[in-house]
Design a binder for this molecule. Structure first.
Ligand code: SF4
Ligand code: FES
Length: 228
């Protein structure tokens, strides 16, 4: 297997080709914050909070890349913490703080970067649209019970085509990967995170975490899932 040599925060490391910068940094014990990444799922690159500076070969200028999706390259020099990186992450966190002012996880991460308030108009979401729940339901569970619906500011996680597909087995896996605890098993059968829990399926525990013993109450009326 071909290996790649690079430097991360001035430390030399040699890793297999195809490794991402985030994975290589973690091998060195370097922490890079992430929100939309999970090691069990394919890289996605949605939140950009994991950005780092990279400089290739003799290039003078560095550029910012999302470390969770950027594969290592021969001779790359990576910096995971700098004034510019902290400034961009702070800007992203101001936006997330405006979207999810009630999220403990977002407030804590924002605090790490000195962001305690936001210049943007606050909303009342908990979901940061990272897509982890959608991807785990597709890639690991195979149920595809949820997906992104609508566009722009209305973008949200819902059952595909807003139609109860009956493929959700209430395993609760989506609740274990959500970085903001926006989706809870007790609520997945209700607005706003109606996941199309099957009316006839008895419900199953996730084979990995197995923390959710019971199926949530099934909604009496599908029309109640989506406000008119
Ligand atoms: S509900 Fe949670 S896991 Fe799903 S997209 Fe929103 S923040 Fe991500
Ligand atoms: S963790 Fe890399 S883009 Fe979200």
């Amino acid at each position: 297997m071909m290996t790649i040599k690079l430097k991360i925060d001035k430390q030399d490391i040699e890793v297999p080709e195809g490794t991402t910068i985030l994975e290589a940094a973690r091998m060195l014990g370097i922490r890079i914050p992430t929100l939309c990444h999970h090691e069990a799922l394919k890289p996605y690159g949605a939140c950009r909070i994991c950005l780092v500076e990279v400089r290739a070969g003799t290039a003078r200028a560095s550029t910012l890349v999302a470390s969770c999706v950027f594969p290592v390259r021969q001779g790359l020099e990576v910096t995971t913490d700098s004034d510019e990186i902290r400034e961009v992450r702070a800007g992203l966190l101001e936006l997330l703080l405006a979207r999810c002012p009630g999220s403990r996880q977002i407030r804590e991460l924002a605090g790490e970067f000195g962001v305690h308030e936001t210049p943007y108009t606050p909303r009342d979401h908990l979901c940061i649209l990272c897509g982890l729940c959608v991807r785990v339901c597709d890639e690991i569970v195979g149920a595809r019970a949820i997906d992104f619906s609508f566009r722009g500011q209305a973008l949200d996680v819902k059952p595909p085509l807003l139609t109860p597909a009956g493929t959700c087995i209430a395993c609760g896996t989506c609740t274990t990967v959500c970085p903001t605890e926006a989706v809870k098993l007790e609520e997945i059968a209700r607005v706003p995170y109606g996941h199309a829990v099957s009316e006839t399926h008895p419900g199953e525990r996730c084979r990995v975490c197995g923390t959710h013993p019971t199926k949530p109450e099934f909604p009496a009326n599908y029309d109640d899932w989506f406000p008119k």
